[in-house]
Write a new protein. Structure first.
Lengths: 285, 470
C-alpha cells in the first residue's frame, strides 16, 4: 500500500513537472512573441503590416502572463513558492509587472512600454524556472514577516519597473519633441499624461516599498540579530537611495510642483537602486 | 440595354481657378442645374460635385449621347463662357468614370492627397441630387460603393495620417504635449492673418481659453472677438505667458519679442508646466535660446513645414496602395454594371430554353401516350439539364465579357439577341413556344442522329426530336 501511495505521489510529481515544462514553453513563446510584436511597432510606422503585428502583441502578453501565473501556481504546489529564493521572487515580481502593465494599458496608448514589460516577463520567467533549480539559494525563513517582505518587495519591484518604463518613455518622447524629431499623431500618451502616470505609480509604490524595507529589516533582526545588518550594507544603502529618490519626487512635486525630466530621472534612479538590490540578492543569496 | 456611366468636368489639374470658378454651383442652385442638365444633355441620372478644386457631373446616359454637350449645357445654365472651357474638360466613361468617382471620393485626386473634406462634399452632393430626384440605381450603387471604398482607404492605409498644413501640425503637436486641449489656455501674440488662422485651428481643436496680446488694441480686440477669446494689452505679455500652455507668436516685429530673459522668471513661476511655443512669424518672434529652459518646446515655421512635407511624402507613398484598393472596388462595381446590363437578356435566354424544353416534352408525351409521372419527371429533368449545360457557357461568357475585350459586351449581347431572336426583335413574346423554337433542317437531323446517345433513357427523347424536325 505504502509503495503504491509513493508511486501515485511520484506520478503526480512527474505530471506536475511535465506541466511546468509545458507552461514554461508556452509562456516563454508567448512572452517572446509579444516582445517581438511590441518591438516591431516602436518608432515611426513603416508599412501597413505593422499595425496587424501590433494588434497581436497584447493578446500574446495576456497569454504569456496567464501561463506564467499557472506555472507559479504549480511551482507553489511543488514547494517552489516565491518566498523560497530570490529567483522565484523575481519571477513573481515579473508576473505582477505584467499584470500591472496590462491593467494600465487597457485604456491608455502605452504600447512602447510593452517593449520593456514583455522581455522583463520573459527574463523573470526564465529566472524562476531555469536558474532557481540550478542555483536555488534558499532565503532564511522568517514566517509571516519574511512572507510579507517578499510580497511587498515583489510588488515594489513591479511598481518601480512600470514607473521607470513610463518615465523612460517620457524622456524619449520629450527628447524627440525637443529635438523636433517627434512625428505628431504617433499613437502614444501625451507628455503630460506620461508625467502624471509615472508620478501616480511612484505615489502608489512608495508606501509598499517602505513596508518592504521595514519588514526586511525586521526579518533580518529576527533571523540573526543586529550584526546581520552589517552584512547587508549594500542592500540597505540601495534601498535607502530608492526610497529617498521616490520620496524626493513626491515631496518636490507636492511642494514646488516639480515635474518633467528631473522627476523622470528620480523615478528611474529609484528603479535602478531596486534592481541593484535584486541583483545583489541574486549574486550573494 | 441600360445606360453608360459618365464623369465629365474640370478639376484643379485640368483647368485654372479662373475657369473653374465660372462653373462653380452654389448649394441652393443644385436642383435647378441638375434638372436643366437632365433636360438639355440627355442624362437619365445626374449628380453635381462643385468644390473649390473641381466642378464635375456624374451621370448616366443611354443610346445616342454626346458627353461634350454636358459642360456647354452647364455653361448655359450658369451663364458662363462655354467656349473657354472646352479644352479643359475631361470626359470619362464606363469603368474609367467609375474609377474617377471612386478616386475623387477617396481623396486620391485631391490637391492634398488624403484630405478628409472631399468625402463629405461628395456625400452632400449625392444627398442634394437624391433630393432633386436625379439619382437612379446606377449612381446609387456607384456612390454607395465609392463611400465604402473611401472609408476602407482611410482605415486601411495611412493616406490620411498626419496633418497637411502648418496650423494643424501645431495643434497635433500641442496634443502630443498636453493630450486633450480642453483644459489648455492658448496665447496669441500678434493679430495678423497667420495668427488668426492658427487661433481658429486651436479653437476647433478644443482649447478652452484664448487670449490675444497685441500692440494695437483695436486689431487685438477684433481678433479676440473673431476667435471667441479676450484681448490683453502688450504690457501683460509676461503675465499671460505664465498662464498659457500654448503660445502662437505671429507679430510683424523685426526682432524677437519673447526671449530667454523674459521667459526665465515666467518658467520658474509655472511650477514645471510645459510651455509650447509656436513661432510662425518671419522674422522670428521667439529667440531660439529659450529652448535651453526646462519644459519649453519651441517650433518655428520651418520646423512645422518639415513635418508637413514628411506627412505629405507618407501620404503620396500610400496613394499606390489606396489606388490598388480603389481598382479592386471598381472591379466589383463594373461586374455589377455588366450583370445588370445583360441580366434581362440572360433571363430571356433562359426563358427561351425553358420554353423549348416544355414544348418538346409535351410533344414527346403526346407521342408516347401513357407516360407515368416518374418517367415524365425524369425526362423533364434531363431536358432541363441539357438546356442548362448548353446555355451555361454563352451566358457565362457574356456575363464576364468587358468593354475592352476583342468582342465587347455590347456586341456580344447584340449578337446573342439576334441569334436567338431575343428582346424587342423577338416579336410577340406571347407567341406559342413552337413558333419560337428554331426548326431543324434535314442536315441537322442527320447530325443529331450521328450524335444521338445510345442509352435507353435518351433514346425516346432523341427520336421525337428527329421526327418533329423532319
Amino acid at each position: 500500500m505504502r509503495r503504491a501511495g509513493c508511486g501515485v505521489h511520484r506520478d503526480r510529481a512527474q505530471l506536475r513537472h511535465a506541466m511546468i515544462l509545458l507552461l514554461f514553453l508556452l509562456a516563454a513563446l508567448a512572452y517572446g512573441a509579444a516582445s517581438f510584436a511590441y518591438g516591431a511597432d516602436t518608432g515611426e510606422p513603416r508599412d501597413g503590416q505593422l499595425p496587424a503585428i501590433r494588434r497581436r502583441a497584447r493578446p500574446l502578453l495576456i497569454a504569456g502572463t496567464v501561463a506564467h501565473l499557472l506555472l507559479i501556481g504549480l511551482q507553489c504546489v511543488d514547494g517552489d513558492h516565491p518566498l523560497k529564493n530570490i529567483f522565484l521572487a523575481t519571477s513573481f515580481g515579473a508576473l505582477v509587472t505584467s499584470f500591472g502593465y496590462l491593467a494600465l494599458s487597457r485604456a491608455r496608448p502605452l504600447d512602447a512600454i510593452g517593449t520593456i514589460v514583455a522581455p522583463f516577463g520573459l527574463g523573470g520567467l526564465a529566472l524562476g524556472v531555469v536558474f532557481s533549480s540550478v542555483n536555488a539559494k534558499t532565503l532564511p525563513t522568517g514566517g509571516a514577516i519574511a512572507s510579507a517582505h517578499v510580497g511587498f518587495a515583489s510588488a515594489g519591484l513591479a511598481g518601480f519597473t512600470l514607473a521607470a518604463a513610463v518615465a523612460g518613455l517620457y524622456l524619449v518622447t520629450e527628447r524627440r519633441l525637443r529635438r523636433k524629431k517627434f512625428r505628431p499623431g504617433t499613437p502614444t500618451m501625451s507628455l503630460t499624461g506620461l508625467d502624471r502616470l509615472h508620478h501616480r505609480l511612484v505615489l502608489l509604490v512608495t508606501p509598499i516599498f517602505t513596508l518592504a524595507i521595514v519588514t526586511g529589516v525586521l526579518w533580518i533582526l529576527q533571523a540573526g540579530g543586529p550584526h546581520m545588518l552589517r552584512g547587508r550594507v549594500f542592500e540597505i544603502v540601495a534601498a535607502a537611495i530608492a526610497w529617498g529618490a521616490s520620496v524626493a519626487l513626491l515631496v518636490t512635486r507636492a511642494a514646488w510642483g516639480s515635474r518633467g525630466r528631473r522627476s523622470a530621472w528620480l523615478t528611474i534612479s529609484a528603479f535602478l537602486a531596486v534592481l541593484l538590490i535584486v541583483i545583489s540578492y541574486g549574486v550573494r543569496g | 440595354m441600360s445606360g453608360e456611366l459618365y464623369a465629365i468636368g474640370v478639376d484643379h489639374r485640368s483647368a485654372p481657378v479662373e475657369l473653374r470658378e465660372q462653373f462653380a454651383v452654389a448649394d441652393d442652385d443644385h436642383a435647378r442645374i441638375l434638372a436643366g442638365l437632365r433636360e438639355r444633355a440627355g442624362l437619365s441620372e445626374a449628380m453635381l460635385v462643385s468644390t473649390c478644386n473641381r466642378v464635375e457631373i456624374y451621370g448616366v446616359a443611354g443610346g445616342v449621347f454626346a458627353p461634350e454637350r454636358v459642360l456647354p449645357a452647364l455653361a448655359e445654365l450658369q451663364r458662363a463662357d462655354g467656349e473657354a472651357i472646352v479644352d479643359h474638360v475631361f470626359v470619362r466613361a464606363a469603368s474609367d468614370a467609375a474609377r474617377h468617382i471612386f478616386r475623387v471620393t477617396s481623396s486620391l485626386e485631391s490637391l492634398v492627397v488624403g484630405e478628409s473634406q472631399i468625402l463629405g462634399q461628395v456625400k452632400d452632393a449625392f444627398d442634394r441630387a437624391r433630393d432633386s430626384g436625379t439619382v437612379g440605381p446606377v449612381l446609387d450603387r456607384c456612390l454607395s460603393l465609392a463611400f465604402k471604398t473611401a472609408k476602407r482607404v482611410r482605415t486601411e492605409t495611412e493616406i490620411a495620417r498626419g496633418a497637411a498644413n502648418v496650423s494643424s501640425v501645431a495643434v497635433e503637436l500641442a496634443r502630443s504635449i498636453f493630450g486633450e486641449l480642453g483644459g489648455c489656455m492658448a496665447l496669441v501674440v500678434g493679430a495678423g492673418e497667420m495668427a488668426e488662422g492658427a487661433a481658429v485651428h486651436l479653437r476647433t481643436g478644443g482649447v478652452a481659453e484664448i487670449a490675444v496680446v497685441n500692440r494695437s488694441a483695436p486689431r487685438g480686440v477684433a481678433l479676440a472677438d473673431k476667435v471667441g477669446g479676450h484681448y490683453e494689452p502688450w504690457e501683460r505679455l509676461a503675465a499671460q505667458l505664465a498662464r498659457a500652455d500654448i503660445v502662437i507668436a505671429s507679430t510683424g516685429a523685426p526682432h524677437p519679442v519673447i526671449d530667454r530673459a523674459l521667459l526665465k522668471p515666467v518658467i520658474r513661476s509655472r511650477r514645471g508646466r510645459p510651455l509650447f511655443l509656436v513661432d510662425i512669424a518671419v522674422p522670428r518672434d521667439v529667440d531660439s535660446d529659450v529652448t535651453e529652459l526646462p519644459n519649453v518646446y519651441l517650433y518655428n515655421v520651418d520646423d512645422l513645414q518639415e513635418i508637413v512635407h514628411e506627412n505629405l511624402r507618407t501620404r503620396r507613398g500610400e496613394a499606390d496602395r489606396a489606388g490598388a484598393m480603389v481598382d479592386e472596388e471598381v472591379g466589383s462595381f463594373v461586374q455589377w454594371m455588366r450583370t445588370r446590363a445583360v441580366g434581362p437578356l440572360l433571363g430571356e435566354l433562359q426563358a427561351f430554353g425553358r420554353d423549348v424544353v416544355d414544348a418538346e416534352l409535351e410533344r414527346l408525351v403526346r407521342k408516347l401516350g401513357a407516360v407515368g409521372p416518374e418517367q415524365r419527371a425524369a425526362i423533364e429533368q434531363m431536358g432541363r439539364a441539357i438546356m442548362q449545360k448548353l446555355l451555361h457557357r454563352p451566358m457565362s461568357n457574356l456575363r464576364n465579357a468587358h468593354e475592352h475585350a476583342v468582342i465587347p459586351t455590347a456586341m456580344l449581347a447584340e449578337a446573342l439577341a439576334a441569334l436567338f431572336e431575343l428582346g424587342p426583335r423577338a416579336g410577340d413574346r406571347r407567341a406559342p413556344p413552337e413558333a419560337r423554337i428554331p426548326q431543324a433542317t434535314p442536315e441537322d437531323a442527320t447530325a443529331a442522329a450521328a450524335l444521338a446517345p445510345t442509352t435507353d433513357v435518351l433514346a425516346p427523347m432523341s427520336a421525337p426530336i428527329r421526327e418533329g424536325t423532319g
